[in-house]
Design a protein around this ligand. Structure first.
Ligand SMILES: [Zn+2]
Ligand SMILES: [Zn+2]
Length: 713
């Protein structure tokens, strides 16, 4: 995998042995195994295991390489080392991608279409071979290959697919390859195990955001030098981040230091806050120790200040009083001056500037938060891991370090970055302004450079999100969609903060929200939206229990948005009304008295010879589902994200019919479901395929218009 951008002192790079000594002979790819005498019995024969693995590499690695590009790729170009120990090298991959691109560009349109189709078929065929247990063969190819060889093929497939999308721009890809490669399988487990010292919840989120190549690249960056104990954390939650304010300890710069805390004067803080001004801190040293002076923000020319964005679990917080140890303040002062492009020392930091008491002043200070980060000359990110990492490396490495930082997984810091006019990250040798990379990035993310850009594009996606969300030209609907996606892998230790942060990023007034508490706050947040992308309706996650808002997520954090969520954003717009969500989608009026097989509901199209299988959402238990679809379910209505397509599952929601007024059908939200048309594809999703069409089943679905108007309450 040496075609990836360079990493300084890579951590534990994986070298792939080249086992195969034979050349790939070509011909029909799909049954190459049988043509070479590798029947499933021979593949499964334990005594032939080594030969079988060697054959699989010839077929699925070298064969794929040639067949997807559509010309012979000599194996020797992908091998290094001597006879007794040969390794696979991908150094020449970019050169072959360029040749592939040139060949395709000069071929006639009809040929291009055929070539594209063949390439796509092979990529998907191999992806299924190495990941899903193939129903037709008993032997699991994944088990035979082992995680490292499987990873090498997965990376190759992803890079081929990535280049294919660019080379055949004119044809829309039929499948989302990245998704199938990211499901739980042996190479993704191998990748996740390559982040020692990192929190399992962080690694799991990284796995959601990064495709296989970038995930491997991220795992090459040296592990964090800061040792925080994440042993009790799980993939879903971090014990360290869920702060217990009663036991929280503010850290000193060095362990063992016991210097004094320096306090901010309470009254000095209240005065500006109560008159809706931003209180800034200036550190003064008159020779008799440090002193924290509060200065109200005047304007950007007079008092240009740095707003600090940090993760509390790094130890720079203080839940009891507005103070920090002297050693931290001295370090902070130096960093602030270096980060401020005007060289000034004014700064704002929640630990010092949000009064612990009284509640009124505290609430006002929290309400100012969006403004504070927006008005700042610079927002300085202090993340312990980043601040301990060198900036003497390639841009990809710097950006990937930020991508895998804990700072990026928090909700408050997300808001702080979105509001920032100038965002700067503290690294070991000093601050880095990511905007400075703009030219390099533009140059590198080019059509001609498939070598670097798959990693770079994923490593800059956080930065693009900040810019889009912070930009005034972005439409509210687009912002909302992106916000849902980005919030999905972020978290906060206080649930009530979520609607405030989200509203701030959407430039909505937070005053009303701050007056409201509990789940009502999230309901209010939804009601402040005029329009939202309809796609969000079909995404997993807990829902509110409030009338008119049963369709609405009770939280956007920790949701796992569907793989094609981005693509579906443009589908259509939904309107938030007090009585429910108004939108247009296809659907079915169901009569569910049919047979339930393995907790899936089968129903027949009312007038066509088509059968559908409806399955529950993963979040729902089988028992709850059986109760839901039981005999008490009156007037079920299925609403679909899009029309049912062949070979693809469709997201839907199950609702119950309330009434119909002129063209609008009023329904009540029940739960999320997925739907497939019965056939082989259903089997791949783990939905049982019945060979014999059930006779006498009474379950029917009467399709609605494809743009039926709904009011979902
Ligand atoms: Zn943790
Ligand atoms: Zn100290």
């Amino acid at each position: 995998m040496d075609h990836l951008p360079k990493v300084n002192h890579p951590y534990n790079p994986i070298r792939i042995s080249c086992l195969s000594s034979e050349d790939y002979h070509g011909g029909s790819f799909h049954n190459y195994d049988e043509r070479q005498g590798w029947t499933s019995e021979r593949l499964e024969n334990e005594n032939l295991r080594q030969d079988a693995v060697t054959f699989l590499q010839t077929w699925l690695y070298f064969g794929t390489l040639s067949e997807v590009m559509g010309f012979h790729v000599p194996k020797s170009d992908f091998i290094r080392g001597a006879d007794n120990q040969k390794w696979i090298t991908t150094k020449r991959l970019p050169a072959y991608f360029r040749r592939w691109k040139d060949e395709v560009a000069s071929s006639p349109q009809a040929d291009r279409k055929d070539r594209h189709q063949k390439s796509e078929e092979i990529v998907n065929f191999v992806a299924r071979k190495i990941t899903a247990p193939d129903r037709t063969s008993v032997a699991s190819i994944s088990q035979m290959l082992g995680p490292e060889l499987e990873l090498s093929i997965a990376v190759l497939l992803f890079e081929l697919h990535n280049s294919m999308v660019k080379i055949y721009r004119e044809f829309r890809p039929e499948t989302n390859l990245g998704y199938s490669l990211l499901l739980d399988n042996s190479h993704t487990r191998l990748l996740k195990s390559r982040f020692p010292g990192s929190c399992p919840s962080l690694v799991s989120r990284l796995g959601q955001r990064l495709q296989v190549t970038s995930m491997y690249y991220a795992s090459l960056l040296s592990p964090p030098s800061i040792t925080v104990n994440h042993k009790r954390c799980t993939e879903n939650s971090c014990v360290v981040e869920s702060l217990d304010t009663s036991t929280y300890l503010t850290a000193h710069l060095q362990s063992g230091c016991s210097c004094e805390h320096i306090h901010v004067n309470f009254v000095d803080l209240f005065v500006p806050i109560l008159s809706e001004m931003i209180p800034l801190i200036s550190i003064e040293d008159h020779g008799n120790g440090l002193h924290l002076k509060v200065i109200p923000f005047v304007d950007k020319a007079e008092t240009p200040y740095v707003a600090i964005s940090h993760v509390w679990s790094d130890g720079l917080g203080n839940p009891r009083e507005n103070s920090l140890p002297e050693c931290q303040l001295r370090a902070l002062q130096q960093r602030v001056v270096e980060a401020n492009s005007k060289g000034q020392g004014y700064f704002w930091m929640d630990t010092l500037c949000v009064p612990r008491q009284p509640p009124e002043a505290r609430k006002m200070a929290i309400g100012q938060m969006g403004d504070i980060y927006q008005q700042a000359e610079t927002v300085l990110v202090l993340d312990a891991e980043l601040a301990g990492s060198t900036k003497e490396c390639d841009v990809e490495e710097i950006l990937m370090r930020i991508t895998r930082s804990r700072w990026l997984t928090r909700l408050w810091t997300f808001q702080e970055a979105v509001k920032a006019k100038r965002l700067v990250f503290q690294f070991l040798e000093g601050p880095i302004d990511v905007n400075c990379f703009e030219d390099i990035i533009r140059q590198k993310v080019g059509y001609d450079e498939p070598r670097r850009d798959s990693v770079l594009i994923e490593a800059i996606s956080f930065w693009i999100a900040f810019r889009v969300l912070g930009g005034c030209k972005t439409g509210q609907l687009h912002k909302f969609g992106l916000l849902c996606q980005q919030a999905g892998w972020r978290s906060t230790s206080c649930a009530e903060d979520e609607p405030i942060c989200l509203a701030n990023m959407l430039d909505l007034d937070t005053k009303l929200l701050l007056e409201t508490h509990g789940s009502d706050r999230m309901r209010l947040f939804w009601s402040l939206q005029r329009e939202i992308p309809t796609a969000i309706l079909f995404e997993p996650g807990q829902r509110l229990q409030a009338d008119g808002f049963r369709w609405a997520h009770s939280s956007l954090l920790n949701t796992r948005l569907d793989e094609d969520y981005n693509l579906s954003l443009s589908l259509n717009t939904a309107y938030v009304e007090p009585q429910g969500l108004i939108t247009h989608c296809p659907g079915f009026f169901l009569s569910l008295s049919g047979k339930v097989v393995n907790d899936r509901v089968r129903f027949k199209h009312e007038s066509e010879p088509k059968w559908y299988v409806m399955g529950r959402d993963d979040d729902m238990t089988s028992d709850d589902w059986m109760k839901t679809i039981g005999p008490d379910f009156k007037s079920p209505v299925l609403i679909l994200k899009n029309a049912v397509r062949d070979q693809v599952h469709t997201d839907g929601i199950l609702t119950s019919h309330q009434k119909q007024e002129s063209q609008t059908v009023f329904v009540r939200y029940v739960c999320r479901v997925i739907l497939v048309e019965e056939g082989s594809y259903a089997g791949r999703l783990g939905i049982p395929v019945l060979d014999v069409q059930e006779e006498g089943s009474e379950a029917f679905g009467k399709p609605t218009a494809s743009d039926q108007r709904w009011c979902i309450s």
